[in-house]
Design a protein around this ligand. Sequence first.
Ligand SMILES: [Zn+2]
Length: 427
Amino acid sequence: MLLRAGLNGNSAYALLAELTTACGPRLSGSPGAARAVDLTAAMMRRYGFVNVRAESLMVPHWVRGPVEDAQLLDGRGRRRALAVAALGGSVATPRTGITAGVIEVRSFDELRAAGPRAAGKIVFFNRPMDPTTFNTFGGYGGAVDQRASGAIEAARVGAVGVIVRSVTLAHDNVPHTGSMSYADSIVKIPAVAIGIRDAELLSTTVARDPRARVRIRLSCQTLPDAPSANVLGELVGSERPDEVIVIGGHLDCWDKGVGAHDDGAGCMQAIEALRLLKVLGITPKRTIRAVMFMNEENGSRGGRAYAADPHRTTERHVAAIEADRGGFTPRGFAVQADSATVERVRRWAPLLDIVGAGQISAGHAGVDVSPIVDAGATGFGLIVDHHRYFDVHHSANDTLQAVHPRELELGAIAGALLVYLLSEEGL
Ligand SMILES: [Zn+2]
């Protein structure tokens, strides 16, 4: 029934089209994120969910700004534009930019070994995401340290800026942004991601031309924290209304694309899962709640605020499901719980296999639901086909067109099946 109802309409994709078209990019604190709060609440009311509400919180507010430019200047005075994007949270450059020689490294060890040779330079972290790692999340995890803490490590050795090879396997020239950190005690230097083709161009240029330099200009800035909200709506349980099953994704996204895969997909799948149960006339035994978490990308404030909200004190969370690995073909669920619980979940594998989502394994559920899981709920993360995710992740490639309606819907149906089973049978 769920399968037919879902695949007949592909409504998750219609919802995603509405979200991405009406709101555009949705970085925390942006007008797009504010519109998404209102829009998703309106979607939930439209489908008759109850207790639809926005729970307020404050979020970091970083803005990219209009100036974002890098030029490669070779030793003969020729210049060429490089495809770059400021990393989220980066400081700006001076108005005239920074211009410096480039030192290429592939690891923090290599950077430390370079020592004083890196002083006054722009450090170029050029370790690729390992294509031989089968699970692309593993490959991502093996390269993302350069983006996350490259600016700290580079500043430690006296560098003036950072260029990071985009953490992607795509062979295009689209830069992939993402969060980065600074340390309070270490000078903050600007940091950008560079497209893969330009990373290769920069690498070969620097290797053969010791006089090559790069000029970077950025006008990004961090503004005071801004008000925002998580958005909730639910189907109230008929027998155990105070026992809650959460299903959600994060509503914010990086600003270069419209966050269709990351994570408009997970949000719309959550709404679609509840909508499907409702149109089929199903009243769950336990309360099933869709949650649009705010600010996963650059602060995770929404996940923490949800778990800490005073409303939570009268509720018991049985399970929390997060979909935040892209809107691709579902494969199964990672279960964050002890092995006996994982085994119990496995009894549902044949049912979940109706949509190809029967692979049940122990694993991390998701960033947003992590505080709920820490408080005792069983966590679930929707596992999808992951091979194309990092082609689009955190970049201008993350568009509605990159999502396939059928694949997205199958993930929503998998979510609907799981919340229904949890609601009826418990764990
Ligand atoms: Zn995400």
